[in-house]
Design a protein around this ligand. Structure first.
Ligand SMILES: *Cc1c(COP(=O)(O)O)cnc(C)c1O
Length: 429
C-alpha cells in the first residue's frame, strides 16, 4: 500500500480518511451517537486526562467527523485537522487557539465579509486588535504592520468576493520573521488548485460549505495544521501550547503531542468549552462531496473561464475579474499560485451600475439569485447589498468590492446553457 501523502489528489479525494477493516462497511458509517461506552471508570478517566486516546463525547470527537477531517488533512498535505460546524467557527477557532485579550492580528484586507466582521469587530470586542494590509503588499510594507503583541497573520488564498490572490510566500516570510504563524483560508481554490502549505502557510482553514461539500446541503468548516510551526521556539508567545494546562493536570501540549499540539489543543480546549462541532450526518454529506472534488473543480473553472471570456467581449459589461484572463490584475500572481485553475467564481460590473446589475440578475433564469456561492448550480449575488452590506464605501473599497460588483458562481451545468441564460438576461438590461 502506497503511503497516503504520495498518492494523487484524485485518489485522496476518493479514498483518504477511511480504510475499512475486514468485514466493515465499505462506506464511511454515520456514527450518530453522542457518547461511547466503556467497561471501567478508570478507562474513562484516562481519556478525560488525555492519558489515553479514544472517543467519549461527540462534542470533542466523533469517528465520522474524524474520518472526513483526515481526508481534508491528506488533501492539504497537513499533519492534523478538525471539522467545525461552519467556516466561521473554523476561522474563529483557528485564531482563538493562539490568541487572547491583548494580542494583535495582521490580516489581509481582501477577505470574506464574515471574516472581516469577526476580526475587525467581534474579536476587537474581546480585546484582540488587528491591522489590515493589502493582499499584495511588499515585504517591507508588511513588516511595518507587525507589533510587539502580534501573534498571528491571516489571509485568504483567493478572496471571496474580490478574487484577489494572497501573496502567500511574502506573508509567510513576514510572519516567520516575526515568530508567528500564517493562517490561510483556502475555501475558494480548494487543495485541488492550491495547497498553501507548499508556499509556507502554517495553518489552513475552510468553509467546507462551499466547493468541498459542493452541493449546498450542509454548512461546515475545517482547520488543518501543517505541523510545521515550532511553537516551543517562542514559549512566551504561545503559552497555551507551551506551558502546563491546569485543566488537564498540567499537560504541556507541545511536549505531549508534538506536531499535533495545535489541533489537540483546539479539540480539547476550544471544542470542549465552546462547542461548534458538526453533526456526523453533515460530515457524511461532506465526505461524499469530497469524493468528486477533483472532478468538479476543473469543470467549475472551465465553465467560469468561458463565461468570463464571453462577458469580457460584451458591450453591456464594464469590467470582468477572473485571474485566468491574460489582462487581469491578478494574472501574474495566478501564474504562480494557481497555475492549473482557480475556481468557478467570477465578478463583473454591468454598465449602468447598481440598477442595471439588479435588472440583469432578476432576468436570469437558469442562474439563481442566492446568498450561497461555490456549489454545483450557477448562482449570482450582489455583495454590496447583501453579504457586505455592513461595510461603508471605504471599507468596501478596501475589501475590493465595488458597489456595482456582481459575483457569479459558475456551476457545473453545460456551459452552452449558462452562456445562453446570461445572453438573454443581458438583452433585457
Ligand atoms: C463562506 C465563507 C466563509 C464562512 O463560512 P460558513 O461556512 O458560511 O460559516 C469563510 N471564508 C470564506 C472564504 C467563505 O467563502
Amino acid at each position: 500500500m502506497q503511503e497516503e501523502k504520495k498518492q494523487g489528489l484524485g485518489t485522496l479525494c476518493v479514498q483518504a480518511g477511511y480504510s475499512p477493516k475486514n468485514g466493515e462497511p465499505r462506506v464511511l458509517p454515520i456514527v450518530q451517537s453522542t457518547t461511547y461506552k466503556y467497561d471501567s471508570s478508570k478507562q474513562m478517566g484516562d481519556l478525560f486526562d488525555l492519558k489515553d486516546t479514544g472517543y467519549f463525547y461527540t462534542r470533542l470527537a466523533n469517528p465520522t467527523n474524524d474520518a472526513v477531517a483526515a481526508k481534508i488533512t491528506a488533501l492539504e498535505g497537513g499533519e492534523a485537522g478538525i471539522l467545525t460546524s461552519s467556516g466561521q467557527a473554523a476561522t474563529f477557532y483557528a485564531l482563538l487557539n493562539i490568541l487572547k485579550a491583548g494580542d494583535h492580528i495582521v490580516a489581509s484586507s481582501a477577505i470574506y465579509g464574515g471574516s472581516y466582521n469577526l476580526i475587525a469587530h467581534t474579536m476587537a470586542d474581546l480585546g484582540i486588535e488587528s491591522t489590515f494590509v493589502e493582499p499584495d503588499v511588499t515585504l517591507e510594507e508588511l513588516n511595518l504592520a507587525f507589533k510587539e503583541n502580534t501573534k498571528v497573520v491571516f489571509g485568504e488564498s483567493l478572496a471571496n468576493p474580490s478574487l484577489k490572490i494572497l501573496d502567500i510566500e511574502t506573508f509567510a516570510k513576514a510572519a516567520h520573521e516575526h515568530g508567528v504563524p500564517l493562517v490561510v483560508d483556502n475555501t475558494f481554490p480548494t487543495p485541488i488548485f492550491l495547497r498553501p502549505f507548499e508556499f509556507g502557510a502554517d495553518i489552513v482553514t475552510h468553509s467546507t460549505t462551499k466547493y468541498m461539500n459542493g452541493f449546498a446541503n450542509s454548512v461546515g468548516g475545517a482547520v488543518i495544521d501543517s505541523g510545521n510551526f515550532d511553537w516551543s521556539l517562542y514559549g512566551d508567545k504561545f503559552k497555551g501550547l507551551t506551558q502546563p494546562d491546569e485543566t488537564y493536570h498540567g499537560v504541556v501540549f507541545t511536549e505531549t503531542f508534538g506536531r499535533k499540539a495545535y489541533i489537540t489543543k483546539l479539540t480539547t480546549t476550544l471544542m470542549r468549552d465552546l462547542g461548534s462541532i458538526p453533526s456526523p450526518q453533515n460530515s457524511f454529506y461532506l465526505g461524499v462531496g469530497l469524493e468528486t472534488l477533483h472532478l468538479r473543480m476543473p469543470r467549475h473553472f472551465e465553465n467560469a473561464k468561458a463565461v468570463a471570456e464571453y462577458l469580457k467581449g460584451h458591450d453591456k459589461i464594464s469590467w470582468v475579474n477572473f485571474s485566468a484572463l491574460p489582462d487581469d490584475s491578478q494574472h501574474d500572481l495566478a501564474q504562480k499560485y494557481l497555475p492549473n485553475g482557480s475556481c468557478g467564481v467570477i465578478s463583473f460590473g454591468v454598465k449602468g451600475g447598481r440598477e442595471a446589475a439588479t435588472r440583469f440578475m432578476d432576468a436570469l433564469q437558469l442562474a439563481a439569485v442566492v446568498t450561497h456561492v461555490a456549489d454545483s448550480r450557477t448562482c449570482v449575488l450582489h455583495p454590496a447589498s447583501t453579504t457586505h452590506r455592513q461595510m461603508n464605501d471605504e471599507e468596501l473599497e478596501k475589501a475590493g468590492v465595488s458597489p456595482d460588483l456582481i459575483r457569479m458562481s459558475v456551476g457545473i451545468e453545460d456551459k452552452e446553457d449558462i452562456l445562453l441564460d446570461i445572453a438573454q438576461a443581458l438583452e433585457q438590461v
